[in-house]
Design a protein around this ligand. Structure first.
Ligand SMILES: NC(=O)c1ccc[n+]([C@@H]2O[C@H](COP(=O)([O-])OP(=O)(O)OC[C@H]3O[C@@H](n4cnc5c(N)ncnc54)[C@H](OP(=O)(O)O)[C@@H]3O)[C@@H](O)[C@H]2O)c1
Length: 331
C-alpha cells in the first residue's frame, strides 16, 4: 500500500459527520484531526469517530504539521477565509461547495493554491459518484445521440429557522448557492458554460432566495431548464434529452442513485448502484490519487470547472438580484 494520508476536518457540523464516516471506507485515509470553534464540540466529534487530535480553533489545527489534507466543512461564507488559512499553512484542501461566495473569492483561492503549489479541489462530490459517472459514460458512448435539452431540479422543504444557515443572508443563505448549484453543475457538465442566462428568484421574509428558476442557452443550441427551492419538495431529478433518446438520473440525482437509459428505439435499461457509505468516499479518493500523482488539481473536477460554476452562479444572481451583505460591489 502507498502513503497513508492524514486528513483533518474543519467545522464539526452535519456534512462533516457524513464525510468522516465515509473516510473510514478508504484504507489510505487516516482521519487524524478535527477543528471546531468549540473545544467541546471538537472533542465530542473526535471521540465519536475515533480521531486522534481535537482542536478548539481552526488556527490551532492548521499549525499541526502532521496534517496532509484539510476538508473544509464550514458555511459558504467561511470557505474563502478558511481555505486561505489552510493553504497558507501548507495544507492541501478539499473545500465544500459552493467553493466561495463569488468568482473574486474563488480566483484568489486558486491563485493562493497555485503560488503555494498545493492541491485544491471544490467538494463537488456528485462528479465522482457511480450513478453520475454512468450518466457521463452513456453520453460519451453516444447512447442518446446529440444532447438537445437538459432538465434538472433540486428542491426540498427545509426546516424554517430565520437564524439558521439556509435562511440567514449573513451566513450565505438561500436556495441557489446551497442546492441550485447542483442543477447548474449538471448543465455545465454536459453543455459547458452558458452563452445566455435568464433567471428569476422568489424571496422570503429573511430576503434570501427561497426558490430560483433558471434558463440557460449553451453552444450548439443546447438549452437547460433548471430550478431549486428550499421551501417546497420536488422531484430532484436530472434528465438529458438527446436526438436518439433520454437519460434520467433518478431521484435524488445528486447523491448515489439509479440511472435509466430511455432510447427512442430499443428497450429501456435501468442501472442500479449499491455502494457502501453516503458517497463522499469517491471525492476523497480522488484527492489522494491526485496528490499521489503530484497533481495540483483534479482532471475530473478541476479549477476551471469551479471558476465556470461560480461565474455562472454570479451571473444568475446578477439576473435575479440575489445579494449578500458586504459583497454587493463585487457582483
Ligand atoms: N456535499 C454535500 O452533500 C453537502 C451537504 C450539506 C452541506 N454541504 C455544504 O457544507 C457546508 C456546511 O453545511 P452543514 O450542513 O454541514 O452546516 P452545519 O451543520 O450547520 O455546520 C457547519 C459548521 O460550520 C462551522 N461554523 C463556522 N463558523 C460558523 C458560524 N459563524 N456560525 C455557525 N457555524 C459556523 C461550525 O463548525 P464548528 O462550530 O464546529 O467550528 C458548523 O458546525 C455548506 O457550505 C454546505 O453547502 C454540502
Amino acid at each position: 500500500m502507498g502513503k497513508i494520508y492524514n486528513w483533518a476536518i474543519l467545522g464539526a457540523g452535519s456534512i462533516a459527520q457524513k464525510f468522516a464516516s465515509d473516510l473510514k471506507l478508504l484504507q489510505n485515509a487516516n482521519l487524524y484531526a478535527v477543528g471546531s470553534r468549540s473545544t467541546k464540540r471538537a472533542k465530542e466529534f473526535a471521540s465519536r469517530f475515533g480521531i486522534e487530535k481535537a482542536y478548539g480553533s481552526y488556527e490551532e489545527l492548521v499549525r499541526d504539521k502532521k496534517i496532509d489534507i484539510v476538508y473544509i466543512a464550514t458555511y459558504h461564507v467561511q470557505h474563502y477565509p478558511n481555505t486561505i488559512l489552510c493553504l497558507n499553512n501548507g495544507k492541501a484542501v478539499l473545500c465544500e461547495k459552493p467553493v466561495a461566495m463569488n468568482k473574486d473569492q474563488c480566483s484568489a483561492m486558486l491563485e493562493t493554491a497555485r503560488e503555494k503549489k498545493l492541491f485544491f479541489m471544490e467538494a463537488l462530490w456528485t462528479s465522482f459518484i457511480p450513478s453520475f459517472r454512468k450518466c457521463k459514460e452513456l453520453v460519451d458512448s453516444g447512447a442518446i445521440g446529440k444532447i438537445l435539452l437538459i432538465e434538472s431540479d433540486f428542491c426540498f422543504k427545509a426546516y424554517y429557522d430565520k437564524e439558521g444557515r439556509l435562511f440567514n443572508p449573513k451566513l450565505g443563505g438561500g436556495s441557489l448557492l446551497d442546492i441550485g448549484i447542483y442543477p447548474v453543475f449538471f448543465a455545465l457538465e454536459f453543455a459547458g458554460a452558458p452563452l445566455a442566462i435568464e433567471a428569476f428568484a422568489a424571496y422570503g421574509e429573511t430576503k434570501v432566495d427561497e426558490s430560483c428558476s433558471i434558463l440557460l442557452k449553451h453552444t450548439n443550441d443546447i438549452l437547460s431548464v433548471l430550478f431549486c427551492s428550499i421551501v417546497t419538495s420536488g422531484r430532484t431529478e436530472a434528465i438529458l434529452h438527446g436526438t436518439r433518446g433520454r437519460i434520467r438520473v433518478n431521484r435524488e440525482w445528486h447523491i448515489p442513485s439509479s440511472v435509466d437509459l430511455l432510447p427512442e428505439s430499443g428497450k429501456p435499461v435501468h442501472y442500479d448502484f449499491n455502494e457502501p457509505g453516503f458517497g463522499y468516499q469517491y471525492e476523497a479518493e480522488e484527492v489522494m490519487i491526485c496528490i499521489e500523482k503530484g497533481f495540483k488539481e483534479s482532471p475530473v473536477f478541476g479549477w476551471q470547472k469551479s471558476l465556470n460554476l461560480i461565474s455562472t452562479l454570479d451571473s444568475i444572481r446578477a439576473k435575479c438580484g440575489i445579494r449578500y451583505p458586504g459583497e454587493v460591489e463585487s457582483l
